[in-house]
Design a protein around this ligand. Structure first.
Ligand SMILES: Cc1cc2nc3c(=O)[nH]c(=O)nc-3n(C[C@H](O)[C@H](O)[C@H](O)COP(=O)(O)OP(=O)(O)OC[C@H]3O[C@@H](n4cnc5c(N)ncnc54)[C@H](O)[C@@H]3O)c2cc1C
Length: 603
């Protein structure tokens, strides 16, 4: 089977860079050790190899669809839900008391990465089940927990998140789905939800939809949104499951991730759809953010893992494809000489290194963020807030960088294959289509960028930003212990100052009350800050590799560590300098996109 990811790279980040096994010293994870982490990840990889990856192409060519009032999906969905349930993977990071394995979230992230790299069409089914069950355990009543969670973690029932409506996508304040209280404590639900991933299929007995709706008379806007669990089937009088008037009206046909169904659900067309309130009224959006933050990290994982699979596909092709002759050996005039394989051409190497730099840098960032999550929930009390702040600040970047740069990376991979990259016979064109959604769902890149610059950078009076800077300085100091890493440490120091100066410049607009100008180019700012953040991760990776080589405490061979250091150098030469042109645009005096300031017709 073709290689679609590198377990050694995952282990290198987890064990050598993050030393994730130290989490086992915390009471919550005391039952685990390095070997148990590895064993679990190896078994997931085996499932990926044997079941998930072989169905990737079929799920694209035989997509989920709506037929005779039903959603048809690939039967492997049933196998994935069953195996994930039986092996405890759906409840991998849940508390023991809720039937979970109580593993670190970092291990959950690695599990998700392996599955997504194997076949990105499948994990949404189990992933959304996990996310919605987690919402119920955190905010739901004991009755709701007892009824839903065991069925969901076992993979017998599925779960979804139902936010989007035809008129309310990015702007959830415009949600109109209605909830009217009944005397028995339930609510009558009516409304339309669109684009609902894993919204309906035959491989689970029931589906718990986590629905945002407005209780009759609730305040307008986000302050009046509540969260409900609305099952596809509810318990009838004798305890058997009966229809709950949740109608599947269709399935959206998509350019990518075609095996993951994307449904249009209609609630209460016959006036008989019941939902149960999760937590307190009008707090729904706040609760849903817990699931959305987890889902945002998962989307980052999707982007990074699809791009990783694409990297290995283009790397293999480049090693096998003979084309042209190296300039060094006389170029194509020397037709008497054999052609070289394209991996030897500098421009092809540049494209491959770009893929490696983007995917491994993104992977490191994802696990770093997941590690902050573990420390913020189970780490020493005095450090929890700091770790939480770092996670909050980084989440929009964790979602966006792998999505946006994952696409660029795959485009380069497709280019490595030349004409074959464009053809369905090779997997690159599918990966290119599959990754495209990651910049859209769970909040578009535009919305993530508004969140980063508008909320996160300034949160708690800039405290989170200061804490991130301290982390970056720590990495710079560690790298400076090695003479050959010092120039890169210096470059990151300068980049960090450039970022700070840009923030100060933009804050000038906010302080003058010109909030639209402050935020107008937030997407450029996202690109700039992401670049600095990934450079920080690459410096950490390179320092880790250098330390392993120097101390002789090495798990892998020298070539493995050297390739990490070399890829860091690539990132610092080709990617990091882009922040200077971004700074120029961000600090440019002209305002060309704000309606009142440049009211030019777009025709
Ligand atoms: C395959 C797929 C699966 C999905 N799964 C789910 C799911 O499971 N559950 C669910 O609830 N939803 C789901 N969605 C919906 C998804 O989250 C939305 O499509 C997304 O949030 C964008 O909303 P929209 O499509 O209405 O676009 P719009 O909100 O109309 O946005 C259109 C464009 O305008 C920009 N824009 C909008 N508002 C602003 C603003 N204030 N400032 C600057 N720019 C702005 C956006 O960035 C975007 O570029 C899914 C969508 C797809 C395609």
């Amino acid at each position: 089977m073709a290689k679609y990811m590198c377990m050694d790279t995952i282990r290198f980040v987890l064990h050598e860079m993050l030393q994730v096994e130290q989490l086992c010293e915390l009471p919550r994870f005391k039952d685990y050790d390095k070997d148990s982490f590895d064993l679990l990840l190896d078994s997931i990889k085996t499932f990926g190899d044997q079941v998930m990856h072989p169905t990737l192409k079929e799920m694209d060519s035989d997509p989920a669809r709506y037929e005779d009032g039903k959603i048809i999906v690939h039967p492997v969905v049933g196998e994935q839900m069953k195996t994930s349930g039986e092996n405890g993977w759906i409840g991998i990071s849940f508390d023991y008391e809720h039937g979970g394995m109580q593993l670190p979230y970092t291990i959950h992230a690695a599990n998700s990465f392996i599955m997504q790299a194997a076949n990105n069409h499948l994990p949404p089914y189990s992933g959304l089940t996990e996310g919605s069950a987690h919402l119920i355990t955190t905010f739901g009543s004991q009755e709701l927990i007892d009824y839903y969670v065991p069925n969901m973690l076992s993979g017998k029932w599925g779960g979804t998140m139902c936010l989007t409506e035809p008129q309310a996508g990015s702007s959830l304040s415009d949600i109109t789905t209605a909830a009217v209280p009944n005397e028995d404590g339930s609510y009558n639900i009516t409304g339309q939800k669109i684009f609902i991933t894993a919204g309906d299929h035959e491989y689970v007995e029931n589906i718990a939809h986590l629905v945002l709706a407005r209780i009759e008379g609730a305040p307008l806007g986000t302050k009046g949104i509540s969260l409900f669990v609305v099952p596809k089937k509810r318990s009838g009088d004798n305890g058997n499951l009966i229809s709950n008037d949740v109608i599947t009206a269709g399935d959206f046909q998509k350019m990518g991730q075609r095996g993951s169904c994307t449904t249009h659900l209609s609630f209460g067309e016959k006036g008989d759809c019941k939902g149960w309130l999760v937590g307190a009224p009008n707090k729904g959006l706040k609760y849903m953010f817990q699931m959305m933050n987890g889902a945002r990290i998962d989307v980052g994982i999707t982007g990074a893992s699809i791009a990783t699979a694409a990297y290995y596909a283009s790397l293999q092709y480049a090693k096998e494809r003979p084309q042209g002759r190296r300039i060094q050996s006389g170029g194509n005039k020397n037709v008497d000489k054999d052609q070289t394989t394209i991996i030897n051409h500098p421009d092809v190497r540049r494209m491959l290194f770009l893929q490696k730099a983007v995917t491994e840098g993104a992977t490191a960032l994802i696990f770093q963020a997941a590690h902050y999550h573990d420390l913020s929930t189970a780490g020493p009390e005095e450090d929890r807030e700091r770790n939480h702040n770092l996670l909050e600040l980084l989440t929009p970047i964790v979602k966006t960088y792998p999505s946006e740069m994952g696409r660029v990376s795959i485009s380069n991979g497709l280019q490595v294959l030349g004409g074959y990259g464009f053809c369905t016979e090779f997997p690159l064109e599918q990966y290119y289509r599959d990754v495209r959604i990651t910049a859209i769902y769970e909040g578009t890149t535009g919305i993530q960028s508004l969140d980063l610059l508008g909320r996160k950078v300034v949160m708690k009076n800039g405290e989170a930003m200061k804490q991130l800077t301290a982390e970056v300085i720590g990495a710079i100091k560690a790298a400076s212990n090695y003479d050959d890493l010092k120039p890169y440490a210096e470059q990151l120091k300068t980049a960090s100052k450039t970022l700070e100066a840009t923030i100060m410049h933009l804050l000038g607009y906010a302080m003058k009350g010109d909030h639209e100008r402050y935020i107008a180019d937030a997407t450029l700012f996202m690109e700039m800050m992401s670049n600095v953040v990934i450079a920080w991760q690459w410096l950490k990776l390179a320092t880790t590799a250098k330390t392993a080589m120097i101390t002789g405490n090495n798990t892998y061979d020298t070539a493995f560590y050297e390739s990490k250091i070399h890829t860091m150098k690539f990132f610092y030469k080709y990617e990091l300098p882009k922040i200077n042109s971004l700074k120029e645009s961000l600090m440019h005096p002209d305002s060309l996109t704000i309606l009142e300031e440049a009211n030019v017709e777009l025709a």
